[in-house]
Design a protein around this ligand. Sequence first.
Ligand code: HEC
Length: 201
Amino acid sequence: MKTKIWLIALAIGMASSSSLMAVDYVTDVLPIMKEHCWDCHSNEESVKGNLALDDVEEVRDYQVGTYNIIRPGNPEESSFLEKMKLPSGHTDFMPRKGQPLPAEQLAIIEKWIAAGAVIDAKKPSDKEKAFLATGESVAMEDEKLKFHSWTNTAGTVIEARFVRLTGDAVTVVMKDGKSYNVPLAKLSAESQTLAKKLAGE
Ligand code: HEC
């Protein structure tokens, strides 16, 4: 156990040069989001672009990942941060209609992503622990975030991302963001196997 804690401290220390303290979403980033993004990205106000920054579990499960808007260890390719760094006249600039974030706030967000985009340092998820220990996301998590081809028993093929398997239904989400519940029995044998694999069964 001691070794593990030391490894985590080391990983955070290496990623964030100026301090050994953990930066996490709940303590460090959420207050910045509240200040600049709440009107359009919170369940409290309104949720634009499917992004609710006050739902920390959703942020962890759907916004953080190798192919998502927040890419652990990779602030340069995290569109989340990129949008805040654009010139304020740019169409993709965030906060929309707002002022650019002060440099020190951008630096905190950058440091947070570089250090693994941990949501709550007091309760890291297994995925976060693995990242902190190795500096890499777990391969299985990457598989889950990819768009896969799914075939149903009628032979129709769709491209969709796996969300979950509950009982006998698979939930998938298409590239346009629409999600569907598909009975397992309506999928080809191969797609059923894929769903079970991604669900960790
Ligand atoms: C005045 C409303 C408004 C504010 C304030 C705002 N946004 Fe947005 N944001 C939007 C809208 C509308 C979209 C939907 C997509 C689009 O039009 O680009 C969006 C989309 C996004 C996306 C893309 C989501 C995705 O999955 O593609 C990100 C990332 C984002 N906003 C981040 C932020 C952050 C971070 C802040 C605060 C610093 C912020 N926004 C503040 C209106 C806003």
